[in-house]
Write a protein that binds this ligand. Structure first.
Ligand code: AMP
Ligand code: MG
Length: 423
């Protein structure tokens, strides 16, 4: 890099994480949609609104095994003074009785069965006793009373006809699949998964398959990003790493942008001699939205757009790369798949130790959060330089500490971005 460029590189304009997130989310285009079989839509984002074509339940459903009765008939019944009703039919789940109940009668009914016409309640087995009258008629002794509607789910009590069941943009999990199945939606309209090319830069990088060599490291960031992208719902494509040559990197990145929906690079964004991403994003026909964010780790995180496609240029330092990918890539990918355009969700927790490192930049400290008696607490994992990878195994949250001259004392109430098992 020549002297002038180096100087420009040092004069980058740092913007807040909030502003950077806004710029990323503003650049997001929603993916086209496709139809997939119901078992393949899990984890995808629904691209249509599901409106109930019929009420749920669509018949009056018994909530108990017992007898369908007219509640009025049971009014006086007690254990000591049971009343006798004639059993006129038997309805298991899935069947409908053709009989209509009159006063003095009852129908044996199973959980989930359709409550017969004329009945307005179900009395559970435990409150009854079956009996045969002298003339051979099947009878039921009712030993307690039920009120109108007892143990009967009315039509539409869960979902009314024409009610919105699932809105477009929801991530489809077990509950959503249950509703799709319930309404017979076996082929589901979802947003396409974006394909994200991953380009690692750096002469030191070996392939994962390669044996170690003195001074060289394997390209772990590319795989970390691929794993994260898979977790976020995108399709990662790991491209061959590129050397620290701006001309080659530019060609690879532009081709990757041409062929994919998003490109993520790692390495080469800082101000070192071989940090070529700066050159790539100065001298291209795309837009550079930012190349410095008031955050640690990952302050040189860079974001640009080429022909409407996002380019995330993340730091090479593994922890910084991961933080950049969580803060910016995940909300962008989720937005591309039709979810709300919102930053990473945060929860509040109490910091259990002092954290003194501080300056004007917001820190995203790898931490362990723990729940004790319903309260969340968090502490840094320790050993948290941005070059450290092992702490990513140990952390289950990022502790967000806005710039502060004094740092944060134990007991401070702070924000966390949960990392594992929360999405
Ligand atoms: P850079 O951002 O290129 O200056 O790299 C910063 C640090 O991260 C250096 O120690 C690099 O060796 C390391 N690094 C860069 N790229 C990767 C990668 N793909 N996987 C693992 N470590 C990396
Ligand atoms: Mg490098």
């Amino acid at each position: 890099m020549n002297g002038r460029k180096q100087q420009q590189n040092f004069m980058r304009k740092a913007i807040s994480v909030h502003e950077a997130t806004r710029l990323v989310l503003e650049s997001v285009h929603v993916m086209p949609t496709e139809e997939v079989p119901i078992l393949q839509c899990i984890g995808r984002t629904l691209a249509v609104e599901l409106v109930a074509p019929q009420p749920m339940p669509h018949f009056r459903r018994s909530g108990m095994d017992g007898f369908a009765v007219m509640s009025e008939d049971t009014k006086q019944a007690t254990i000591g003074t049971p009343i006798s009703l004639q059993i006129i039919d038997h309805v298991p789940a899935g069947m409908v009785s053709e009989k209509r109940l009159s006063s003095g009668q009852c129908i044996r009914i199973m959980t989930g069965a359709s409550v017969p016409d004329g009945a307005d309640a179900v009395i559970k087995y435990e409150m009854t006793e079956e009996d045969i009258s002298p003339d051979g008629t099947e009878m039921c002794k009712v030993k307690g009373s039920v009120v109108v509607g007892e143990n009967v789910s009315p039509i539409g009590v869960e979902i009314a006809a024409n009610e919105t069941v699932l809105r477009s943009g929801v991530r489809i999990g077990a509950g959503e699949v249950a509703l799709l199945a319930m309404f017979g939606i076996h082929s589901v309209q979802v947003y396409k998964q974006p394909r994200i090319a991953i380009v690692a830069t750096g002469a030191e990088l070996l392939r994962v398959e390669d044996a170690l060599e003195p001074g060289r490291i394997r390209n772990s960031n590319a795989y970390m990003l691929a794993a994260a992208i898979t977790e976020f719902g995108g399709i990662p494509i790991v491209l061959d790493r590129v050397p620290d040559d701006a001309r080659i990197a530019k060609q690879v990145i532009l081709e990757a942008l041409h062929d994919h929906d998003v490109v993520v690079t790692t390495g080469g964004v800082s101000v070192g001699d071989h940090d070529i991403l700066y050159d790539v994003t100065q001298d291209w026909d795309g837009d550079l939205l930012f190349n410095k964010v008031m955050m640690r780790p990952g302050s040189p995180t860079t974001f640009g757009r080429w022909q409407g496609k996002p380019l995330f240029a993340l730091s090479g330092n593994p922890a910084a790369c991961y933080v950049g990918c969580r803060l910016f890539l995940r909300p962008a990918l989720r937005g591309m798949m039709g979810a709300d355009l919102v930053p990473e969700p945060r929860v509040m927790a109490t910091l259990t130790v002092d954290y003194v490192k501080s300056d004007r930049f917001t820190r995203f400290v790898r931490g362990v959060m723990t729940e004790q008696e319903g309260k969340l607490t968090a502490a840094p994992v320790g050993y948290d330089m941005s070059s450290v990878t092992v702490s990513l195994r140990d952390a289950n949250c990022l502790i967000c500490l806005p710039g502060s001259p004094k740092g944060y004392a134990a007991g401070s109430f702070v924000e966390l971005i949960p990392l594992k098992g929360f999405y």
